[in-house]
Design a protein around this ligand. Structure first.
Ligand code: ZN
Length: 142
């Protein structure tokens, strides 16, 4: 689903990173978006609106790009606070390698219906690594 124009008017697109930087007010570095008399975190609004997704209790919208102001739905994914996924992703993303601790999270993401491509992009690994996990083989390239 398309994001409303009122929302997009507050976004400045960075052509280098592809980040959609929030230009209106922020709280703790995250954009704030007023809609229907309620304040939303703008990245959460962007993700749930773009993908028509309803967050379950405990789920949070995380950034792949580590840019809190970014509201590009393609740079966002759903994680849980408990898993602290954003930190784990941050730690491993640049190495292109998976660690044992990633595997259970990736399984969970597969269960949540994330595509192999999507997960591979988040972790910076090949699709094969993800499908190996999906097929129950333990693929750990440390
Ligand atoms: Zn971004």
């Amino acid at each position: 689903m398309q994001l409303p124009e009122r929302f997009m008017n507050k976004v400045s697109i960075d052509s280098d990173t592809g980040c959609w930087n929030w230009t209106a007010s922020t709280t703790e570095g995250y954009g704030s978006y007023w809609n229907n008399g309620k304040v939303n975190r703008s990245h959460r609004y962007a993700y749930t609106t773009a993908y028509d997704y309803e967050l379950q209790p405990g789920e949070v919208v995380c950034h792949k790009c580590d840019n809190r102001q970014c509201v590009n739905p393609k740079h966002l994914f759903v994680g849980t606070q408990q898993d602290n996924m954003s930190d784990m992703v941050k730690k491993n993303r640049h190495t292109g390698k998976l660690h044992t601790s990633d595997v259970s999270i990736i399984r969970k993401m597969i269960q949540q219906g994330y595509s192999g491509n999507h997960i591979a992009a988040i972790y910076g690994v090949s699709k094969h690594a993800i499908s190996a996990i999906k097929n129950g083989r333990t693929f750990i390239a440390v």
